[in-house]
Design a binder for this molecule. Structure first.
Ligand code: LIP
Length: 256
């Protein structure tokens, strides 16, 4: 793809993420309690009016600037495209945090295999990649380079289904004694971006959706991290693991 077209895709992704972020911040700062919330797959799987408004805004930018591209979003229809390009968007990653007033949520916009953008409007942190390098506010990301799993800070997350969470607790019981510590912060896209930035040494999670990881996994790959798929097994969904090359395989064996 020509550099100019890639730059245009990047600008579209950033505009879409920022427009959604403005909507989310306005509602977040004005919210005085649970606003327009309903549950999806379970009582703990929530979607808000903010999610829906943010995705509508993203879709408006994409259809206006990239007519003919496909769009897959967490809250809207899967729109097939005619150009061979598909946008995968999570308008609000970290929905539960957002609704509880916890400042750990973001907007994730990816043009598959071309551009990944994770926008954290509260911290004004723009993570982006067009494949070659991964950037945070224009500066190259540097993963931690951790070489010892025992001193690694590992992020993870859990599903919404009680049975799945019980199995994920069994995995955590194996991992926790073997690493420095665990962080469960509630946004896969930020977990991936922060791992690419070296704030975490590794991240893994099963049961996440393609829109949770589409942009963040591109950031991690561009930053030189190992990006591995966790295959579905024993009633556990497929997932993702990202880590520095020196600890990735050992963590993969542990997570299973
Ligand atoms: C969330 C993920 C998080 C996961 C949550 C949820 P959402 O996405 O980012 O990593 O642990 O269960 O799936 O629903 O906030 O877009």
């Amino acid at each position: 793809m020509a550099a100019g077209e890639l730059a245009e895709l990047r600008d579209v992704a950033v505009e879409a993420a920022r427009v959604a972020g403005d909507i989310l911040v306005a509602r977040y700062e004005s919210a005085t309690g649970p606003v327009g919330v309903r549950s999806k797959s379970s009582a703990t799987d929530l979607v808000s009016e903010a999610d829906l408004a943010a995705e509508r805004a993203i879709r408006e930018v994409l259809t206006r600037r990239r007519p003919g591209d496909g769009i897959l979003g967490e809250e809207g229809d899967d729109v097939p495209g005619t150009t061979g390009l598909r946008w995968v968007v999570d308008p609000l990653d970290g929905t539960t945090n957002y609704l509880f007033g916890l400042p750990q949520w973001c907007v994730s916009v990816a043009c598959e295999h071309r551009v990944g953008v994770v926008w954290d409007p509260l911290r004004q942190e723009l993570f982006e990649t067009t494949g070659g390098t991964a950037l945070l506010n224009g500066r190259a990301l540097e993963p931690s380079g951790r070489e010892d799993l025992a001193t690694a800070l590992v992020a993870t997350g859990f599903g919404y289904d009680a049975g799945v969470r019980a199995r994920q607790a069994e995995v955590i019981a194996r991992v926790l004694p073997r690493v420095r510590d665990i962080r469960r912060m509630g946004s896969a896209a930020l977990d991936l971006a922060w791992t690419a930035a070296g704030r975490y040494d590794a991240y893994y999670e099963r049961g996440i959706a393609v829109w949770d990881v589409a942009a963040g996994s591109m950031l991690c790959a561009a930053a030189g991290l190992a990006v591995r798929e966790l295959p579905a097994r024993d009633a556990l969904a497929a997932g993702i693991l990202v880590a520095g090359p020196a600890i990735a395989e050992e963590l993969l064996d542990l997570v299973g």
